[in-house]
Design a binder for this molecule. Sequence first.
Ligand SMILES: [Zn+2]
Ligand SMILES: [Zn+2]
Length: 72
Amino acid sequence: MNPPCGRCKKPVYPTEKINCLDKFWHKGCFSCEVCKMALSMSNYKGFEKKPYCTMRFTKRTLKRTRAKASVW
Ligand SMILES: [Zn+2]
Ligand SMILES: [Zn+2]
């Protein structure tokens, strides 16, 4: 059984597997959650089990997300 990809949920085969943030990813699916920039093991920043390109970007985005959430 191949594990599902952290982004597209399709099986990840050993040849294209990235094991990161307690999940498996296709190389092409391991991209920034916000801007979709392609990431690698050496330049990603993990937060809440999702990859991001920079932590600064992440913090700003989360603030916005929280503000939105408080409306609910
Ligand atoms: Zn995928
Ligand atoms: Zn990004």
